[in-house]
Design a protein around this ligand. Structure first.
Ligand SMILES: C[S@@+](CC[C@H](N)C(=O)[O-])C[C@H]1O[C@@H](n2cnc3c(N)ncnc32)[C@H](O)[C@@H]1O
Ligand SMILES: [Zn+2]
Length: 247
């Protein structure tokens, strides 16, 4: 009897070419697009859907000490500043993530806390954690063993999923770091299944050491992506939001 497929095996089956948006097919050592014939490597079990884009230098992809300091010093300091602690974040996810299809995507998973919270809420084998930093993904995957989360390297502005195939998308703390957050939101609108939710957290006034977007920019991008608002909740300099793709 063959080995029971793990979520690590299943996740690539749900991946699409970021250019053609066609489902990828498995090949030795990688995945191939049936449209453009492009090959995407899978090394150490990590599919790379953005092989031409270099790894960003982010603390989440640093060594163990840098990741530890980020988790134990920097993130708690930001939480004290914003007034949004881990319990508030987890409560927000529990109230507002409403998947309309099995697959749920965490964008810019970083240290992976929200991906693990989502897996705890929804069960194993539902959450794909996506980031552009291979180093962050490998370290976070090692920290997430047993949670049933799959990991994928890709660019949030070119999502490797078929149109309307994703039940829900969440992103905490990433949109204010990307050069074109509107392009990311457009991609979220494309991949969300009707009825699926787009939740997240974004800095809307410059926090120490962080960039910022704006509540208006987020709202315009979400509306342009065909989403409708559910909730905007504030912390100090932080917006927690939930939008939905109409059925
Ligand atoms: C501030 S961190 C996210 C925080 C995460 N929620 C956590 O608590 O660890 C931002 C993450 O977004 C990732 N990122 C930046 N640009 C990206 C892009 N274009 N596509 C995907 N991930 C990206 C970074 O590698 C980093 O891990
Ligand atoms: Zn292709």
């Amino acid at each position: 009897m063959g080995r029971r497929p793990s979520w690590d095996d299943v996740a690539p089956a749900s991946l699409a070419c970021p250019t053609c948006r066609l489902p990828l097919v498995g090949a030795v050592g990688g995945l191939t697009c049936p449209g453009c014939a492009r090959a995407y490597p899978v090394s150490d079990g990590l599919p790379d859907l953005a092989p031409d884009v270099p790894d960003p230098r982010v603390p989440e992809g640093g060594g163990p000490l840098r990741r530890w300091l980020h988790r134990r010093a920097w993130q708690p300091a930001v939480r004290r500043w914003t007034g949004i602690d881990e319990a508030v974040e987890a409560g927000f996810l529990a109230r507002h993530v409403r998947p309309a299809a099995p697959l749920v995507v965490e964008l810019g998973c970083g240290l992976g806390r929200e991906a693990r919270v989502l897996a705890g809420l929804l069960g194993p084998g539902r959450v794909v954690a996506l980031d552009l930093s291979r180093a962050a993904l490998l370290a976070t995957r090692a920290d997430s063993v047993g949670h049933g989360v799959a990991f994928v390297r890709a660019d949030a502005a070119r999502l490797p999923f078929v149109d309307a195939s994703v039940g829900a998308v969440n992103t905490f703390g990433m949109l204010h770091h990307v050069p074109d957050p509107t392009a990311v939101v457009a991609e979220v609108g494309r991949v969300l299944a009707p009825g699926g939710t787009f939740t997240g957290q974004v800095a809307v006034s410059p926090l120490p050491g962080l960039g910022a977007w704006s509540a208006g920019g987020l709202a315009r991008a979400c509306r342009a992506a065909g989403l409708v608002p559910t909730v905007h909740e504030g912390g100090r300099g932080i917006l927690m939001f939930a939008w939905c793709r109409p059925t």
